[in-house]
Design a protein around this ligand. Sequence first.
Ligand code: NAD
Length: 457
Amino acid sequence: MNTLTITNPATGERISEVPADDAASVAAKARRARAAQPAWAARPIAERKACIERFREGVVRDLEALATTMTRETGKPIKMSRNELNGLLGRLDFFVGMVEPVTASETVFDEGGMQERIEHVPLGVIGNISAWNYPWFVGCNVIVPALLTGNAVLYKPSEYATLTGLEIERLLREAGVPAEIFATLVGGGEVGAALLEQKIDGLFFTGSYATGARIAKAVGSRFMKLQLELGGKDPTYVCDDADPRAAAESLADGAMYNTGQSCCSVERIYVHEKIHDAFVAAFVETVKGFKAGDPMNEDTYIGAITRAPQLDVLDAQVADAKAKGAVLHTGGHRLPGPGNGYAATVFSQVNHDMELMKEESFGPVIGIQKVSGDQEAVKLMNDTRYGLTAGVYTPDGARAHRILSHVNAGSLYWNCCDRVSPRLPWSGFGDSGIGLTLSTYGIEAFTRPRAWHLRKP
Ligand code: NAD
């Protein structure tokens, strides 16, 4: 039997060895899901909602143990693991509350004996290949609306968040979701690739651009619904009328929270020349206050880099920035072992010739660039192949609106950053992906609208 070794990235210790899937077991789970899905879709929606409500109760009941599991396998600081689980509850409430209004059949025309209706039917069996950085959020953004709308789900958690994936499965099972309707596929990329070989009706992916592009190619000729939530290089501009200290404190958190491993982490900062020096000083001071260490400690803010190979990416970006003349204010190196530690790193005097300002860092590393005004800031913010989020700090709402309406990004922030809401659609421009999750659109995404033309006799 295949097995998957789970390692704690903060200590390098082996946590456990779990049985893994192979091509044959993936195919068997897909067949069982296909056979079981119509009965699940036929159940009253109240029953599916009740399952998710019981799942929510399980999350609340087991929260501390679930947070510990997530911290041990991903290196996320324990307080942030709790925050993710507590934040999940609002998302579950949103999905449960909105699924009926969003998917109710509508009569859109009724005249002269002719009626036209729209019905929302489930896609069928969907595949979900997921990431490790917010495994509860990104997993449940797909799994929960998919199940509520009557789909079966084949869920491939990241190999770096498998224990969390198995906990999601356990709690859904306890809550009454049948084993055939929600099945976890354990393993790495090869198990994800085996899922793509199955007869599925939709593939929902969260992860890197490189894997997303590979998946799009693999399923391209099969015309299934495909959603790709990928990376970003999210910019923020601090205007000359902003309070440099307040903006610096907010943006330092936006750049370094979850050890910089958020899809919507602030990855580039542009600051108006008039307040640049004050901003940099306040930013560096704030970052120096972030405590790195054991993610299980209550006061740890900088935890572990979950995937060891990312340390090489960070080293390369740091070396490239230094070689091209950037000024290093703090960090710029790995932390002494054991585990994958990286010091919170701040550069100023950066520019777009540097990798640091072009490619996703996905770690606690940030560049701050001086700009002469709004026009230059907009030009630089749009100088990217990505487009997940972008922000502006200024007390002037009209100015923020003017600037942000010219920036190519799926989510726009005024005086805030690194924020996701269940009520708003989550999507990206350019290489940040296609499709969306969250909001009412992110429920509808798991259904197919069917048109009924009804002539009364
Ligand atoms: P990744 O692309 O390395 O892996 C994602 C998933 O794809 C994993 O489950 C992996 O096993 C699977 N996979 C790998 N190769 C595959 C293949 N050939 N076929 C099928 N599946 C395969 O990404 P990651 O390191 O898990 O996640 C980090 C990335 O995710 C970052 O770029 C981050 O920005 C992005 N992300 C985006 C969002 C968003 O909402 N846009 C949210 C979270 C993370």
